[in-house]
Design a protein around this ligand. Structure first.
Ligand code: AMP
Length: 184
């Protein structure tokens, strides 16, 4: 499981790690953006939520994640990217996946908010994601502090949190993560 501020390189690192480890990369942001792009009923419902940078309601996200996570756990494992986002989602994860399907390690990819903001504004110019506007970026960064930090503290207390400095080239960051995962 990978925690990071938006713009820290979470999905990039999750994809590289999943490939390296030979497991499924499960990005809730990507799954939700695909729903929007498909024009499905769920996609139409959540499109404005994503555009505002708010969190999609648990009753919509949790079943989508649960289905995919179950399949990925059965197929050898996963790198979970973007879930849980708050304590309630973490509690739902624990309730739905007792035992072997539970995450074994939580990586916090540490990049300061100002650097994330700078990277997201640069990404906006290239990718044109409609939640990469200055106002929405600030909102998404604030949600990291209010909603995700308590989850990160929970994993720290459980003793399975690994902090990795994410301010480097992507290959260097991947190597840092893999080195920390290899250390018992
Ligand atoms: P991300 O790609 O992780 O930055 O997520 C992009 C957007 O998808 C977020 O700003 C939320 O609107 C939505 N999202 C992603 N993951 C979740 C989640 N676990 N719970 C609720 N909303 C989510």
């Amino acid at each position: 499981m990978l925690f990071a501020r938006p713009g820290a390189g979470k999905s990039t690192q999750a994809a590289l790690l999943a490939r390296h480890l030979g497991v499924t990369h499960l990005s809730t942001g990507a799954v939700l953006r695909d729903e929007v792009a498909s024009g499905s009923a769920l996609g139409q419902l959540i499109a404005p939520v994503l555009e505002r940078g708010d969190l999609v309601a648990d009753e919509l996200v949790v079943p989508v994640v649960a289905r995919r996570l179950q399949a990925a756990a059965g197929a050898g494992g996963y790198v979970l990217d973007g879930f849980p986002r708050d304590l309630a989602q973490d509690t739902a994860l624990a309730a739905q996946f007792p035992g072997a399907a539970q995450p074994q390690v939580a990586v916090l990819l540490d990049v300061p908010a100002e650097e994330c903001r700078r990277r997201l504004l640069a990404r906006a110019a290239v990718e044109g994601r409609n939640d990469d506007t200055p106002q929405t970026i600030d909102h998404r960064l604030a949600l990291f502090d209010t909603d995700l930090l308590p989850v990160i503290e929970r994993y720290e207390q459980r003793g399975i949190l690994v902090r990795v400095d994410g301010e480097a080239d992507r290959q260097v960051v991947t190597e840092r993560i893999l080195a920390r995962l290899a250390t018992p």
